[in-house]
Design a protein around this ligand. Structure first.
Ligand SMILES: C[S@@+](CC[C@H](N)C(=O)[O-])C[C@H]1O[C@@H](n2cnc3c(N)ncnc32)[C@H](O)[C@@H]1O
Length: 217
């Protein structure tokens, strides 16, 4: 999988290549065969009672492209919105190294618990998994050097800007009601976000605590 991403020019940095070679994606997709885990496709991980996808492991091409855009450095503090399987959180942990920190927020309690278990079992560096609405970020861990949103949001949330250090970066898919939109890269300069680039994308839509029964965790 990683060879193909490098060859396609999606993985361009040694740091992202090393992290992707280090973290075994199949461990985060229990129940899927290895071929599926390493295919370049999104894998639905949880569905609603009506069969609608609620969570998926994003397509490896998109995971890699967003990590390259995020430009994580060792020792940084990173917030992820949308833990899902925990795979991207493990990659972030590998990128920040032992002196950095990763906080990841997931709306669904069972997914948050499952991801925390797999992250611990696979020996990922310390990752704090928080169950909650990532639209509000996670103030107790702020400020962050990097924020990555892995679920389609209607806009860049005010909380994300507030919880980012000056000079920090947010990478987020900003999408319409059909999940189609652009991954936006924005840097915080003088207290405000400046948009750097946009890449077309399709993502599951962000839900809020208003649309989901509150979870206790
Ligand atoms: C595409 S998946 C994320 C994939 C994940 N990063 C991974 O590596 O597997 C999007 C996730 O965002 C979660 N989500 C949706 N709305 C959310 C919100 N408001 N706050 C936190 N997580 C949310 C979904 O439950 C789902 O697990």
């Amino acid at each position: 999988m990683v060879d193909a991403l490098v060859e396609a020019g999606v993985v361009t940095s040694g740091a992202v290549e090393q992290a992707m070679r280090h973290v075994a994606r199949h461990c985060f997709l229990p129940g899927e065969d290895v071929a599926t885990a390493y295919a370049d496709m999104a894998v639905v991980f949880k569905r609603s009672a009506q069969g609608q996808p609620l969570s998926s492991a994003s397509q490896p091409t998109m995971v890699a492209a967003m990590l390259e855009l995020l430009d994580v450095r060792r020792g940084q503090r990173v917030l992820e919105v949308g833990t899902g399987t925990g795979y991207n959180a493990a990659l972030l942990s590998a990128l920040v190294g032992p002196d950095g920190s990763v906080v990841t927020v997931e709306l669904e309690e069972d997914l948050a618990e499952g991801a925390a278990r797999v992250l611990a079992a696979t020996g990922a560096g310390p990752v704090e998994v928080v169950c909650g609405d990532g639209g509000a970020g996670h103030q107790p861990g702020a400020p962050y050097d990097r924020i990555i949103v892995t679920v389609g949001a209607p806009a860049l949330e005010v909380a994300w800007t507030a919880q980012l250090v000056d000079g920090g970066r947010v990478v987020a898919p900003i999408v319409g009601g059909d999940g189609i939109g652009s991954v936006v890269v924005a840097d915080k300069v003088g207290g405000a976000l400046e948009r750097r680039s946009e890449v077309p994308c399709g993502f599951l839509l962000m839900r809020s605590t208003a649309s989901t029964p509150p979870a206790t965790c």
